[in-house]
Design a protein around this ligand. Structure first.
Ligand SMILES: [Cu+2]
Length: 183
């Protein structure tokens, strides 16, 4: 019966409109929390790659470019290839030994500037590979900024046998690792 169909349609519609309105409200409020455009829109990555590894730890590198008028900060990262990811820096202790550790405050990319992630310097640390990262394959990494926006990039896996530093966890209860990775 046409009448019944019309009634069912009009009963369903308000719910759909409410759901759409809720989505719009969410989008608006998160946009209001930022000063201008969402961070993810102004930051791009180039020359990105991930170190090949069979298991354990690895790291991702690349050049982060900020085309915006404000500094941007990456506070965390995830990847389907790793159980956990940390943002690391490499420091040299009094004995001249290089060690990597979580970078306080994350990676800052200056306004209209560039931050380079390199072996021996800042890097995106894969803390527990869920499977081997084989040369020539690709994996994705999602970066989260301090305003909550995210950007995902794909990086190719490359052979690298360079720097090796010890891992120094900066929080109590963290397990110290002696780490072969690219950092
Ligand atoms: Cu590291």
């Amino acid at each position: 019966m046409p009448t019944l169909t019309r009634q069912r349609t009009t009963r369903l519609l308000p719910g759909a409109i409410a759901a759409a309105a809720a989505l719009l409200l969410t989008a608006c409020s998160s946009a209001d929390a930022t000063q201008a455009a969402p961070t993810a829109a102004t930051v791009s990555i180039s020359d990105q790659w991930v170190k090949a590894a069979d298991s354990g730890m690895s790291a991702a590198f690349g050049d982060l470019t900020n085309n915006g008028d404000a500094p941007r900060t990456i506070v965390s990262a995830t990847s389907p290839a790793s159980e956990r990811i940390e943002l690391h820096e490499v420091v040299t202790d009094a004995n001249g030994t290089k060690a990597m550790r979580p970078k306080n405050g994350g990676f800052v990319i200056p306004a209209h500037g560039r931050t380079r992630l390199r072996p021996g310097g800042d890097h995106i640390m894969f803390m527990g590979l869920l499977g081997p990262l084989r040369t020539g394959s690709e994996t994705s990494v999602t970066l989260t900024f301090d305003d909550g926006s995210t950007t995902t990039f794909t990086a190719q896996v490359r052979d690298f046998s360079g720097n090796q530093e010890n891992y120094v966890p900066d929080h109590p209860g963290g397990q110290p690792h002696t780490g072969a990775h690219g950092g």
